[in-house]
Design a protein around this ligand. Structure first.
Ligand code: URA
Length: 167
């Protein structure tokens, strides 16, 4: 872990996505989701007419955990105040949590992703009131392609919410 991997996309976007943490491609490029998981994420976004010009993307942790391990609780705790402030500054109307690391960091440890995905939760981060939806991380979907049909349900919910909010 050497480079900061902070964010990509449009800081004025009304839709913000949060992943886990950078992998080695992201560490090299200094941008989130530029490897294989990023290519799938771009396809998922494109399926509902979104792209890096109309969303904003960051991760729970901003430095690559060695050996692609999941961030530790200590790392998550360290970055969490900055992540919450980051959400407040971007002030999205829709917040998409990609995978269980983002779910656990921002919603809680009691919840499992298979139960929490596909539902809207209203949340407030400082001054930012936002509609949160949890879906599967694209790296998980590459390992479990049978779950892509669930991710598609979630993507359609995002598309419909965006239309409803006229954003
Ligand atoms: N996985 C993540 O969670 N974030 C990235 O930036 C890349 C892969």
């Amino acid at each position: 872990a050497t480079n900061i991997v902070f964010a990509d996309g449009n800081p004025k976007a009304k839709i913000m996505l949060i992943g886990e943490g950078p992998g080695s491609n992201e560490d090299q490029e200094g941008l989130p989701f530029v490897g294989r998981a990023g290519a799938l994420l771009d396809k998922m976004l494109a399926s509902i007419d979104l792209n890096r010009k109309n969303v904003y993307i960051t991760n729970v942790v901003n430095y690559r955990p060695p050996e692609n391990r999941r961030p530790t609780d200590e790392e998550i705790t360290k970055y969490l105040p900055y992540l919450k402030k980051h959400i407040e500054i971007i002030n999205p109307k829709i917040l998409v949590l990609l995978g269980s690391t983002a779910l656990n960091a921002l919603v809680g440890n009691e919840v499992v992703i298979s139960k929490a995905r596909g539902q809207w939760i209203e949340k407030q981060f400082g001054e930012c009131k936002t509609s949160v939806i949890i879906t599967f991380h694209p790296a998980f979907l590459m390992r479990q392609p049978a779950q892509k049909k669930m991710a598609w349900i979630d993507l359609k919910m995002i598309r419909d919410k965006k239309a409803k909010l006229k954003i």
